[in-house]
Design a protein around this ligand. Sequence first.
Ligand code: AKG
Ligand code: FE2
Length: 313
Amino acid sequence: MTIDIDGPIQVNDGPLKPSEYAQLVPSDPAAVPMEELRRRLKDDGYLYLKGLLPREDVLAARRAYFSYLEPSGVLKPGSDPVDGIFDASKDVTEFPGIGVGRLEDMAPQAQEFVSRALSAHAQPWYAQDLCKHPVLLEFMARFTGWGTERTLPLERTLLRNNIPQAKAIGVHYDQIFLRYGEPTSVTVWVPMGDVDLRGGGLIYLEGGHILGKQFEDEFTTKAKASGLSDEEAKSAFNRNMLSSGVLTDGPAAFGREHGRRWLVTGYEAGDVVLHTTYMIHASTINNDKNHVIRLATDLRFVDSSRPWDEVGS
Ligand SMILES: O=C(O)CCC(=O)C(=O)O
Ligand SMILES: [Fe+2]
């Protein structure tokens, strides 16, 4: 990876040293055969598809989102909503992320911001036009081999805005949140807009899908050894992991502890990254020099002919 000319990549527990990260490797969906794309997801735990979706369709959703949130005062006055520029004269704590604290305890402006960020999930420009984008559905049906009938996008999605400097999601793998389903679901992370290398993008632990599976197996073995049934082991796992929802908040220390690098990149609208259910990932702190708010969503696809997580969070 090239030298940091623009400052370090920041995560929750500080900067990553250049030796602690490497490039997330892109794949061109128009040029690489499907078999090879499948092999990459299986072998690497992730598949970073450049330009899968039409850029203008992703930007239309970004524009609609920020127009919808604009009344909360989050955007720089006079800026174009599609750019999603944060009003840097305001304090980040005035714009809490989803799930941070209780609505009724917030100031009116924060309440408006969070309520809009939540109700955005139900708007047609998101729930239909983006989440059910025909290019995405068609690609996933072919890629998984489940076909259009069985390829089910879960209604439960998480559309997250990352305001500059706000805390990022900690280190986790998604099976933690999908515990009641088989581990065959695939997450599609969709950046909704361009994300600078320092703009708060998702990062993946090199070989993280193998480590995630090890965590899971070790826990299950321990739970079984202590006499728990499969179901009891699952709910013990939930209690254990979901108390915070993540393995740890700090990617830098986690990477060092496990002797692995984080795979990083800047993203463009239209890119998506698929990852498997044990793949370990986190987000970086949004340090975008132009105060661009990072917007992205996690979409999950399951085989509807198999048991899948209908109850989890
Ligand atoms: O958008 C983020 O910061 C986190 C996304 C994520 O964890 C996922 O897509 O599984
Ligand atoms: Fe995740």
